[in-house]
Design a protein around this ligand. Structure first.
Ligand code: 5AD
Ligand code: SF4
Length: 455
């Protein structure tokens, strides 16, 4: 890789002015994290960075394939680049990420979107210098969707998008094959990073002053099973907790089937780990959970929630829910609403089921109408609004720890996330950005809290 990086660097140095690249990452945080590595390589090779496609010499879309509408949006964006390419034949257009790991997508791009010069899948991130060199020297379309083994190279230094929060991948891939999900097909089997590599990265980030570290993986609590010296995710959390620094830790996403008391105990006992868990439910119906191949029941899910709340009554949960999985009945849907009422999530991410070619669920006959699916989605959102309105009230009068990271559109009002992962707004001055403050909550909305900074 180093060879090709040097070769590209030399080629770019010959240009009249330093070239600019524009990278857009879509989808989950894992993809955003891959994007940071891609940007790291591009900068090393001599590219400057711009957000504006019109002034870029290289445009890369780092794509998401998890739902059909994500893919349609990307096709639209690639289509829109045609005129840019016509006006500037030197422009290089790349497509990478989860869409680019699927053969039928790559075929379609090559046939329909001739303006694309570079296609590489999730396994080939470290191959970018070679591919770029091929495009620059041979002006041909370079494609690499090989399923390389191993993790993304440890040598690549990411270029991070901010200096307050950072993501650290701890594992790649997924072994679960939930029947609706394309991820195991585009990101391969689980591979964990060595604990020392993770710990070193966290140490560096803590030393650099990052205030929040998000550990990433498709199934974080399956971390470490395939290491030469296995280590559980709970142990990894405890090791990270020992690192010096003024930072907190979050993680995304654990799988309910692998959630153990040991994990909850570690979260509770580690002072740097936020007492919040994003625990994807997907459905509250055992029948649907089985058809989804989730390998837990609603009661097993509730036992995790109940255990966490028995130790910390305010332990916060958020979740992902799929509405309208093939043949979801009104009863199945009612079971999902029932779990929502029992858990009282602080936040949910809900998706209408999207058929993904190549998955098991794509072969299932589906008699549920689109109207029913949309109606259920509206009902679910309505219920969540009621739950959060009611549930957020518990914080009024109490003091929460909030990491501020943005100014709102109202001048002088800043926002951040509490340790519970709830949006909190308060009056402050710009120096509050990047600071963790104690905020006394004065008002609850259904989407956020408002308060006053007390110190
Ligand atoms: N249709 C709808 N939602 C999906 N997700 C994954 N695959 C699909 C699909 N085919 C959702 C799940 C997952 C989140 C990241 O995306 O809820 O947890
Ligand atoms: Fe997809 Fe299931 Fe793996 Fe999550 S655990 S990435 S939903 S297959």
């Amino acid at each position: 890789m180093a060879d090709y990086k040097d070769k590209v660097r030399k080629l770019l140095a010959e240009k009249d002015s330093p070239p600019l690249c524009c990278l857009h990452s879509f989808g989950c945080q894992q993809n955003v994290s891959d994007g940071e590595k891609i940007l790291g390589m591009l900068c090393e090779m001599g590219y400057g960075v711009t957000d504006d496609i019109n002034s870029a010499d290289l445009i890369i879309y780092n794509t998401c394939a998890v739902r059909e509408n994500a893919e349609l949006k990307i096709y639209g964006l690639i289509g829109n680049l045609k005129h840019l390419k016509e006006n500037n034949t030197e422009l290089i257009i790349g497509v990478c990420g989860c869409m680019a790991q699927q053969e039928q997508v790559v075929e379609k791009i090559r046939k329909t979107y001739k303006q694309v010069d570079l296609i590489f899948g999730t396994f080939a991130v470290q191959e970018l210098p070679r591919l770029l060199y091929e495009v620059l020297t041979e002006r041909k379309t370079a494609v690499d969707i090989t399923e390389y083994s191993g993790v993304i190279s440890e040598e690549i230094q990411p270029v991070r998008s901010g200096n307050i929060k950072a993501s650290v991948p701890i594992m790649y891939g997924c072994n679960n094959f939930c029947s609706y999900c394309i991820v195991p097909y585009v990101r391969g089997r689980e591979r964990s990073r060595e604990p020392e590599a993770v710990l070193n990265e966290v140490r560096e980030l803590a030393a650099a002053g990052y205030k929040e570290i998000m550990l990433l993986g498709q199934n974080v609590n399956s971390y470490g099973k395939n290491l030469d010296t296995p280590m559980t995710f709970a142990e990894l959390l405890r090791r990270i907790n020992e690192i010096d620094g003024d930072f907190k830790v979050r993680f995304m996403s654990p799988h309910p089937k692998d959630a153990t008391k040991e994990l909850i105990d570690a979260i509770i006992e580690c002072d740097k780990v936020c007492k919040h868990m994003h625990l994807p439910l997907q459905s509250g119906s055992d029948r649907i959970l089985e058809a989804m191949n989730r390998r837990y029941t609603a009661e097993k899910y509730m036992s995790i929630v109940d255990y966490a709340r028995s130790r910390i009554p305010d332990f916060s949960f958020s979740t992902d829910i799929i509405v309208g999985f093939p043949n979801e009945t009104e009863e199945d849907f009612a079971a999902t609403l029932e779990i929502m009422r029992r858990v009282k999530y602080d936040n949910i991410f809900s998706f209408i089921y999207s058929k993904r070619t190549g998955t098991k669920a794509a072969l299932m006959e589906d008699k549920t109408s689109d109207e029913d699916k949309s109606r259920r989605m509206r009902e679910l959102l309505e219920l969540q609004r009621e739950i959060s309105t009611e549930h957020f009230k518990r914080f009024v009068g109490r003091t929460l720890t909030v990491l501020f990271d943005a100014e709102t559109k109202n001048e002088g009002i800043y926002s951040g996330k509490s340790d519970e992962f709830i949006i909190v707004e308060a009056k402050a001055d710009p120096s509050v950005i990047g600071q963790r403050k104690q905020v006394k909550i004065t008002k609850a909305f259904n989407w956020a809290l408002q308060g006053e900074i007390i110190n």
